[in-house]
Design a protein around this ligand. Structure first.
Ligand code: C2E
Ligand code: CA
Length: 614
């Protein structure tokens, strides 16, 4: 029995031992399985897997190393895992490895590693700590993935975003970013200036259309190559302030045949002009297109940074204005939009806004200058002349604003207003029986007004509203306006004639109207330009011309009027040369309606007194 009791613990012990043995066997088998698995995974993984000790010595390198970096496991041996890492990245990787050892947690890292052939590969790696029995980090398992291709594709994508596909030059997007930076720097405390050169190939459209776009692309590519090569030598523009060199010279292709150069640190127009000239030289050499030798030229607009620029685009606009000027002057030129030009342009914008305000704010006035028959001094008409009663600057002559008003088109509205004023005034004078003799009213018409389809309608409406006799109204247009579009001139003048309105060719003798053209126009009078009247006595040729004009007028059955008469001798001479009518300060300046009225009354009295005395 006792013996029986003895066997029981022995049996239990045996079971425990057997169980333990089995467990150990099982663990061994699992470990072996794990080891095999580890081996299978690491040996076949596309990624490079390394096991390093805490000192960074390599304990294991998977075969992928050979495939990706060219080194065999033996070559890597027990070398330091950091040896092949790019010097610029090494510190970062060492730091990350130290952190992984200390914390047991690795970070995802990107760094460059040297291939056995000397090229660089980009790796993405993740380290994981392996702890020993005491829980201390003993080793690091590092999984490295080769992301060189992905990186390259990414870089290409980024490159495409900021570069022109044809020439590889930085594109408009990059240009706008750079410009923004330069703009900010110019505005900053240092006030670093910059200059923009906008270049455009002359007649490129014609070239493209006649030679085809392939040839066109070829030329653009060649231009970009030449400019790049030439600008490389330009990197060292000496700075006027002695502060070394301009740090930036960047060529961009904005699209089409438009290139631009940003000169960072350059604030002197002559430096910019020098660069522009070199660009033109580079392009000037002949190109071989489809085995033909051809030459192209570029026009360049230059704009410098100024304090007046409110946005980066403003300087681009300035460069564009300068470029357009270069083109308008015949192309193959460089034009600088200087600061003076800029403030003039700004002043012009302000003037335009003020003109609009003046029209609605009733700041315009009409002054009248009498036109007399030279022989009798009898007033035959009044020329209506525009004046601007400026709230702060006083009365302004149209010479100062008429061009801006014309350019913006507001002169058409002002002209309509003036026509109504002048005709209304004539109606009032007629109603008041101001003069026994009929008086005419003369109104100046600008080129824009003349070409505006509303002109005839405005005139008809004005005649209807004021009820004046159309024969009392005369329009003055300059020779140049008449010559712009002779066909249109004939049509409009015929209509005016049909309405019974007279037409005077103003400032005659200064332009270049052909005689044949003159005959075609249904006119009533030629107004001899004031400059001829002024020079008549000193310059014999002017006297001859005045005589020719009066003779011509007579032959064509037109009246002749001289303007700008300032002396009695001029009156005499004009009479001698056969001129019938005249106006000028000698008789009277232009005056407001009330003064004009007084003038007529006084003159009427003189004439009556003279008649009574006879
Ligand atoms: P314009 O038609 O040749 O007018 C003659 C200009 O010479 C006027 O200047 C007149 O005041 C000035 N003048 C008259 N007599 C003399 C003189 O003896 N000596 C000198 N030195 N000058 C004299 P104003 O009024 O300043 O007008 C300048 C120009 O503005 C005009 O030249 C005309 O082209 C334009 N203009 C004036 N009013 C209008 C208008 O209502 N519509 C349009 N489209 N143009 C106008
Ligand atoms: Ca005139």
């Amino acid at each position: 029995m006792l013996l029986q009791w003895f066997w029981i613990p022995l049996g239990v012990l045996a079971v425990v031992v057997i169980y333990q043995q089995l467990r150990i066997y099982q663990i061994h088998r699992e470990a072996k399985k794990h080891e095999e698995l580890f081996q299978i995974v690491t040996e076949n993984a596309a990624d490079m897997i390394a096991l390093v000790d805490v000192k960074g010595r390599r304990l294991y390198n998977s075969p992928a190393y050979k495939r990706i970096l060219g080194y065999s496991a033996a070559e890597l041996g027990e070398t330091s895992a950091f040896e092949q890492i790019h010097l610029d990245d090494r510190f970062r990787v060492l730091e990350a490895a130290r952190e992984a050892r200390e914390t047991g947690v690795g970070k995802r890292l990107e760094y460059r590693v040297k291939h056995k052939d000397g090229s660089w590969r980009v790796l993405e790696s993740l380290a994981n700590a392996v702890r020993d029995d005491k829980g201390q980090v003993a080793k690091l398992v590092i999984v490295n993935r080769d992301i060189t291709e992905r990186k390259r594709a990414q870089e290409q994508l980024e490159h495409n975003l900021f570069h022109d596909p044809l020439t590889g030059l930085p594109n408009r997007r990059q240009f706008l970013e750079r410009l923004q930076t330069s703009f900010a720097q110019a505005r900053g405390d240092a006030g670093r200036p910059y200059t923009l050169l906008l270049a455009n190939v002359d007649h490129f459209k014609v070239f493209n259309e006649s030679m085809g776009t392939v040839a066109g692309d070829h030329v653009l590519l060649e231009i970009s190559r030449r400019l790049t090569a030439r600008l490389r030598q330009e990197d060292a523009i000496p700075r006027r302030d002695g502060g070394g060199v301009a740090t930036e010279v960047i060529l961009f292709r904005l699209g089409g045949d438009e290139f631009t150069i940003l000169l960072g640190g350059v604030g002197d127009p002559s430096d910019a002009l020098r660069v522009a000239k070199k660009m033109q030289e580079a392009v000037a050499a002949p190109f071989t297109v489809e085995s033909r030798e051809m030459r192209v030229s570029v026009s360049i607009g230059i704009a410098l940074s100024t304090k007046e620029h409110e946005r980066p685009e403003d300087v681009l606009k300035d460069a564009d204005v300068a470029l357009r000027r270069a083109k308008a002057l015949g192309g193959s030129r460089c034009e600088v939009l200087d600061e003076g030009m800029h403030s003039r342009a700004v002043g012009r914008l302000r003037l335009e806004a003020d003109l609009r305000a003046a029209l609605t704010g009733q700041q315009f006035r009409v002054h009248y200058q009498p036109v007399v028959e030279l022989a009798t001094r009898r007033i035959v008409s009044f020329e209506a002349l525009l004046r601007w009663q400026h709230p702060t600057q006083g009365l302004i002559s149209p010479y100062r604003f008429i061009e801006a008003a014309e350019d913006t088109g507001i002169l058409v509205s002002i002209g309509h207003w003036l026509l109504l004023q002048a005709c209304g005034q004539l109606r009032d004078w007629e109603a008041a029986r101001l003069s026994d003799e009929p008086i005419n009213i003369t109104v100046n018409i600008s080129a824009r007004q003349f070409a505006d389809a509303r002109l005839l309608n405005d005139i008809q409406q004005t005649l209807k509203e004021t009820g004046i006799n159309p024969a009392r109204l005369q329009l003055e247009m300059t020779e140049t306006v008449a010559a712009v579009d002779p066909k249109l001139t004939i049509t409009v003048l015929s209509h005016l004639k049909h309405l019974g309105i007279g037409v005077i060719l103003d400032n005659f003798g200064t332009g270049a109207t052909s005689l044949r053209g003159l005959r075609q126009f249904p006119l009533d009078a030629l107004k001899i330009d004031g400059s001829l009247v002024r020079e008549m006595q000193t310059d014999l040729a002017s006297g001859d011309i005045v005589e020719l004009i009066t003779g011509l007028a007579r032959k064509m059955n037109l009246k002749s009027i001289a303007e700008g008469i300032e002396t009695a001798r001029q009156v005499e001479k004009l009479l001698e040369l056969g001129c019938q009518y005249g106006q000028g300060h000698y008789f009277s300046q232009a005056m407001d309606a009330k003064a004009a009225q007084e003038f007529v009354r006084a003159q009427g009295a003189t004439v009556r007194a003279r008649a009574a005395a006879k």
